[in-house]
Design a protein around this ligand. Sequence first.
Ligand SMILES: *[C@@H]1O[C@H](CO)[C@@H](O)[C@H](O)[C@H]1NC(C)=O
Length: 236
Amino acid sequence: MKLTLAVSALVSLAGAQTLCDQYGYYSANGYYVNNNAWGKDAGSGSQCTYIDKALSPGIQWHTDWNWSGGQNNVKSYPYSGRTLSSKKLISQIGSMPTKAEWAYSGSNLRADVAYDIFTASDPNHDTSSGDYELMIWLAKKGDVQPIGSSTGTVNVAGRNWDLWVGYNGAMKVFSFVAPQEIATFESDVKPFFTHITNTQGFPASSQHLITFQFGTEPFTGNNARFNVWYWYGEVN
Ligand SMILES: *[C@@H]1O[C@H](CO)[C@@H](O)[C@H](O)[C@H]1NC(C)=O
């Protein structure tokens, strides 16, 4: 009896480190990881995500994928997220320090590497969308582009970005796109919110931070490996 219990405990621990189900999920030490393959039916392929190391603070993980077909459809969004103990108003947040170190390999890659951050007036809003979405694209592989259209170059947090604005249904999306890939990004995310508050009418005093995530959105490619050597995010 004891032996059976010990063996099944080991198996379930191993299962928690490798996520191949459509929404395979892991959570520990203030971080979570989702193999999220929400758009897989727009094409064909497969994807698995691996938790490599829980750090303190932060997490190391990677994802392997092949996706084809549905050229202009996002197939998935494997990501890591920071568990939020309380849903603060953006205006009450002092800083959002973060660091991402990553590398991509594979062929014919069409994907972004991006932060994905949702806000909502309702702190209990479903976390798969929001009233507003803030994206920070550290890389753009191939001919993919954000939602909406470019409003031109802006300087935020010491770097230039191409700021895209548009709508995904009712959700307003702001995407800051790096003109050159940033493989090691260490920054504060709060200035991005300050920028859209000051220039784009973002209502910081009535929107709550409901997610703080970093990952990749694959469209198509072969034998892809997205390695996140380190990801850390904090909300102060
Ligand atoms: C992707 O395709 C390659 C070549 O067929 C294969 O070796 C690899 O296991 C595939 N990876 C996934 C995650 O499907």
